[in-house]
Write a protein that binds this ligand. Structure first.
Ligand SMILES: [Zn+2]
Ligand SMILES: [Zn+2]
Length: 160
């Protein structure tokens, strides 16, 4: 059988192709974070994230109860100061997943569908993650830009 190497796609292949609308890496991982959020078990906010290094996924997470525990959507949230404390947040879950699997997050990038809360933000930094991308803003963080400079974060950016 003869193998033909072509240098241009046939008109028929071009018609079928989705390549002209191919996503950027940032959109690709952010869309995965949005997808991860659909696994959330807390009706108050559905959050998802993906942690990446060298264009490969190291860990993913969404906000949910501890393994084996009841879910917010079936048993209600535990509220403290109007925040649900039943769930482990998406970012912290992803960081914990990496720890369980023995994967370093040093120098990694995190994509979150919602801007990280302060606790997750601190966990992200202490895990060695150096770039943070988020889609929806969450609360006000007046010190965040100063913090980013202080912490040598290479990126703290909103992707819409
Ligand atoms: Zn909840
Ligand atoms: Zn959080």
């Amino acid at each position: 059988m003869e193998i033909k190497f072509t240098t241009t796609p046939s008109p028929e292949d071009t018609k079928k192709s989705t390549i002209p609308t191919r996503q950027s890496w940032d959109d690709y991982f952010m869309n995965m974070a949005v997808q991860a959020a659909t696994r959330s078990t807390c009706p108050r906010k559905q959050v998802g994230c993906v942690i990446v290094r060298d264009k490969a996924i190291i860990a993913t997470g969404y906000n949910g109860s501890l393994p084996g525990e009841a879910h917010c959507y079936t048993h209600g949230c535990f509220l403290q100061d109007s925040h649900c404390i039943r769930t482990v947040h998406a970012e912290t879950n992803a960081i914990n997943q990496a720890a369980k699997n023995g994967a370093s997050l040093n120098g990694a990038t995190i994509y979150c569908n919602v801007e990280p809360c302060w606790n997750c933000y601190k966990n992200i930094l202490s895990a060695g993650i150096t770039s943070i991308f988020f889609k929806d803003s969450y609360g006000s963080k007046p010190y965040i830009h100063q913090e980013c400079v202080l912490r040598n974060l290479t990126k703290y950016e909103r992707i819409e």
